[in-house]
Design a protein around this ligand. Structure first.
Ligand code: 6PG
Length: 248
């Protein structure tokens, strides 16, 4: 794993840098493997990034979009990560419908939905028996509590190591989420973190003695590159405390 922390002056510059990086990684994947598989994060931080990607000239028929987690609500619900991404990005570009793989949230039992999405991922990648699919890009956010995807502190989902997708628990509300084994298989894992409210969790994630159950983002240790893209509001404390060099 190679890890890099990049701190940008503000959220706008952060989003611009993330856009440039993701476009670069998409072109790399397509030129090397004729396709690019991306797992998206939800929440509010990535929305301007998704809006920017809607304006990019990309090889849409060679890009496959998945979600790293999803609230267990219909796509029409205001909390739906798929619904948000569709509105600001995917409805605006000529990506083939079969290249967009939303997590199923219309089944009565989220456990069955998790198994279904697990199967969809395996069907797409057709990994060798016993091996874990390798996403080209996994985009992640981090909550104020240090969660990522829908892997929340002190929940059972953190311990699921024999499946690709499981059911997360946010204050009793079910969510679908990639498991750490799937996240950690990615070629390029990119965290996008913005805002002063993330400072405490970032300090715990980067602390040599932090608790990985209390701050699950610590468990993102991918076999590929791990890039933390932070704005100054989120990352300045980290730069001071760990002598990380701020991004020029
Ligand atoms: C979700 C996410 C989640 C998100 C963090 C940060 O479905 O909410 O995938 O992990 O990335 O909670 O969210 P913000 O970007 O809104 O701070």
């Amino acid at each position: 794993m190679t890890q890099e922390v990049l701190v940008y002056p503000d959220k706008q510059v952060l989003v611009e840098a993330a856009f440039t990086l993701i476009v670069e990684r998409i072109h790399e994947a397509v030129s090397q493997r004729q396709s690019c598989s991306i797992a998206l994060s939800g929440g509010s931080t990535p929305q301007p990034l998704y809006a920017a990607l809607a304006l990019a000239d990309l090889p849409w028929d060679q890009i496959h979009i998945f979600w790293g987690d999803e609230r267990y609500v219909p796509a029409s619900h205001p909390d739906s990560n798929y619904g948000m991404t569709k509105k600001v990005w995917l409805d605006l570009v000529p990506i083939p419908a079969e290249n967009v793989h939303p997590m199923p949230t219309d089944l009565a039992d989220p456990q069955i939905a998790a198994v279904d999405y697990d199967r969809q991922i395996v069907a797409h990648f057709e990994p060798a028996a016993g091996s874990i699919p390798v996403f080209d890009i996994v985009l992640l956010g981090m909550g104020d509590d240090g969660h990522t995807a829908s892997l929340f502190p002190h929940t059972a989902a953190l311990l699921v190591l024999d499946r690709l997708v499981t059911v997360g628990d946010k204050d009793g509300q079910p969510r679908l989420t990639f498991t750490f084994p799937l996240i950690n298989q990615a070629r390029s894992t990119i965290f996008l973190v913005s805002g002063a409210s993330k400072q405490t969790a970032l300090a715990e994630v980067f602390s040599p003695t932090g608790d990985a159950t209390a701050y699950p983002s610590r468990q993102v240790q991918p076999q590929g590159e791990l890039l933390w893209l932070l704005d100054a509001a989120a990352g300045d404390g980290l730069v001071r405390s760990t002598a990380l060099k701020p991004n020029p």
